[in-house]
Design a protein around this ligand. Structure first.
Ligand SMILES: CC(C)(COP(=O)(O)OP(=O)(O)OC[C@H]1O[C@@H](n2cnc3c(N)ncnc32)[C@H](O)[C@@H]1OP(=O)(O)O)[C@@H](O)C(=O)NCCC(=O)NCCS
Length: 165
């Protein structure tokens, strides 16, 4: 299945040519709690480019990777969100990938609907487990709550450590 419909949003496969510019806009407005933004806040602009450009590059590379299945959500003809996942058939493990919702469309059920979609794909493909990695900072609270609402529980944490050289 490559398309699914919620009450207000349509999900379709990510198309780099068509969607990259809009996804860069969305990433820049919603991801100020990611590691690129945190490092910039701590040390100033890195490599002469703002955090949103570095992060957009990384997310777009992930979305286009061979193993990644990537989708965008449209509302009224405009892309307002995206989601992605990777299937590991040997381990029967699905990994939830980058997902996000444009700021002025948050809180309306899209993030939840996209996670339902991803989990339904895992089940349809015979996965036994679903995993996701999410930050423990305040900016990632909505994401953590969304994952918990869909049945995820914390297994372990990681420390993201840094030093100025
Ligand atoms: C996480 C994110 C995708 C959720 O999208 P959304 O469309 O706003 O989420 P929904 O409206 O579907 O809400 C789903 C659940 O998320 C949680 N949630 C959403 N916004 C929240 C907030 N401001 N505070 C706490 N929990 C929140 C709730 O559990 C909510 O369920 P409920 O409404 O039944 O309480 C969105 O906040 C986002 O893009 N965040 C920035 C990027 C990010 O962190 N991505 C995930 C990491 S890869």
């Amino acid at each position: 299945m490559t398309e699914s419909q919620t009450e207000e949003f349509t999900l379709r496969p990510f198309d780099p040519e068509r969607d990259a510019h809009r996804l860069r806009e969305i990433i820049g407005e919603i991801w100020s709690g990611g590691d690129d933004a945190l490092l910039e806040r701590e040390f100033g602009v890195i490599g002469g480019r703002p955090w949103a450009e570095w992060l957009s590059d990384a997310i777009l590379t992930y979305l286009q990777a061979e193993k990644t299945r990537s989708f965008v959500a449209e509302h009224g003809g405009e892309v307002v969100g995206f989601c992605s996942y990777v299937i590991d058939p040997a381990r029967k493990r699905g990994t939830v990938g980058y997902n996000g919702v444009a700021r002025n469309h948050q809180g309306r059920g899209l993030g939840s609907a996209m996670l339902d979609f991803v989990l339904s794909r895992f089940r349809a493909e015979g996965m036994d487990h679903a995993v996701v990695i999410v930050g423990d900072n305040e900016e990632h609270l909505p994401a953590r709550r969304n994952y918990e609402k869909h049945g995820f529980r914390r297994l372990t944490g990681y420390h993201y450590m840094v030093q100025k050289l």
